[in-house]
Design a protein around this ligand. Structure first.
Ligand SMILES: *Cc1c(COP(=O)(O)O)cnc(C)c1O
Length: 403
């Protein structure tokens, strides 16, 4: 097959995407996939230019932490760079089991399982739990990996308006009485930075006898007095049946986990295709993740610093006239409206030493394109001020703020 074949819709699709990328590159507005030459704390060096990092998920600034670094190195020495196996066969090491026990303790559950990506964790767990006659009810702004898991599960897939509890109740009420029901939500929404109304979600799940799964990708280490996540934030316990999270956001590693009852974890370990048929996490990554959970508990001042920075950053942006939606977390959208302004504003910010990226459709709804700025525990107030000054100037130049 030739990719020039104009009659083939697959070739056409490929061509359309290439056209979009080419056009952005021609205007010098293509900002994705830039290789970093150095990443240290809150800085990133690209093309020889050191910029302040406002685009990564290093919420607690844990990259290069000595304890985490040492744990990864020790596991690399002890077990080598890979496992040559899936978990259920040759791929389980002592380090994997220790990581899972650490996660279970941290999330206050009986057991946990870890696998090699957060994306695949959502995909695999949702697909393993549900069948054709079940109903899965998902917030409209849930992460793509949840959406894909719902589609893969072949259950009836119902989406409710974002964080709208009346809409959730309606969806629960409309589900057939004898269907298995699963409600899935993000704890913190990855594009808007707002927090799910967990107490009400739990109440509704109990009322309608639905299981509840919560994705804590952006709440682990972020929410709650000691960074334990969304339940600590709301002062709740035991309301979430399936606690999902990633090892790639606050935690400077890679992978995903599910924490829950021992029975749930046993079920998933034997039925989740992504667990049974895909290789184990590299031991060094598992060891780094385990050490990270310990560091979060040993250094609670990091969580405090993050939360203070979040408040300072959001307040400062709002005072400057930016629309930051309902963000209450380190993910802070700066709404630009159209794609063009988002591209231009990110480009101007980068030219002035602040590394942020634009998020445009289809990742967010048309007309709500944005810069997504992420603040971390590692930023000083002076650095946050510096970033906000750059955003303000860029916002005026591209017409997001009045001149
Ligand atoms: C990033 C993310 C994931 C996927 O995690 P990875 O570890 O990057 O694969 C899942 N859910 C949410 C909400 C995320 O933001």
């Amino acid at each position: 097959m030739s990719l020039d074949n104009g009659h083939n819709p697959i070739a056409w699709r490929i061509e359309q995407m290439n056209e979009r990328v080419r056009s952005a590159k021609e205007q010098d507005l293509y900002l994705y996939l830039q290789p970093a030459e150095a990443v240290d704390g809150v800085h990133v060096t690209i093309n020889g230019r050191k910029m302040l990092q406002f685009a990564s998920y290093a919420y607690l600034n844990l990259l290069h932490h000595p304890k985490i670094q040492a744990a990864a190195q020790a596991a690399l020495e002890e077990f080598g760079s890979g496992t040559h196996g899936v978990r259920i066969l040759a791929g389980t090491t002592r380090v994997h089991v220790e990581l899972e026990q650490t996660i279970a303790r941290f999330k206050k559950t009986e057991d946990a399982l870890a696998l090699s990506s957060g994306y695949v964790t959502n995909l695999g767990a949702i697909a393993a739990l549900l069948g054709r006659n079940d109903v899965v009810i998902s917030d409209k702004l849930n992460h793509a990996s949840i959406v894909d898991g719902c589609l893969l599960s072949r259950a009836k897939f119902v989406r409710f308006e974002h964080n709208d509890m009346a809409a959730l109740e309606q969806a629960l009420g409309e589900a057939p009485k004898d269907a298995g029901k699963l409600v899935v939500v993000d704890a913190v929404f990855s594009m808007d930075g707002d927090i799910i109304n967990l107490p009400e979600v739990i109440r509704l799940c109990r009322k309608y006898q639905a299981l509840l799964m919560v994705d804590e990708a952006h709440s682990l280490g972020v929410l709650g007095e000691t960074g334990q996540g969304i339940e600590e934030h709301f002062g709740l316990e035991n309301g979430i049946d399936i606690k999902m999270g990633t090892l790639s956001k606050t935690i400077p590693s890679v992978g995903g986990y599910i924490a829950g009852s021992a029975e749930l974890i046993t079920y998933l370990k034997h039925s989740m295709r992504a667990f049974v048929f895909s290789a184990a996490l590299p031991p060094a990554s598992a060891a780094a993740a385990k050490a990270s959970f310990e560091v979060i508990q040993e250094e609670p001042e990091r969580v405090k610093a993050l939360q203070a920075n979040v408040n300072y950053f959001i307040k400062g942006l709002q005072e400057r006239g930016f629309n930051t939606l309902n963000s209450a977390t380190p993910i802070v959208p700066i709404i630009t409206g159209d794609d063009e302004r988002a591209w231009l504003m990110a480009k101007l910010a980068q030219d002035n030493g602040i590394f942020v990226l634009p998020v445009v459709a289809p990742a967010v709804p048309n007309g709500s394109s944005r810069i997504r700025a992420n603040v971390s525990a590692g930023h000083t107030l002076a650095e946050i001020e510096q970033a906000m000054t750059v955003f303000e100037q860029a916002g005026r130049t591209v017409g997001v703020l009045p001149t």
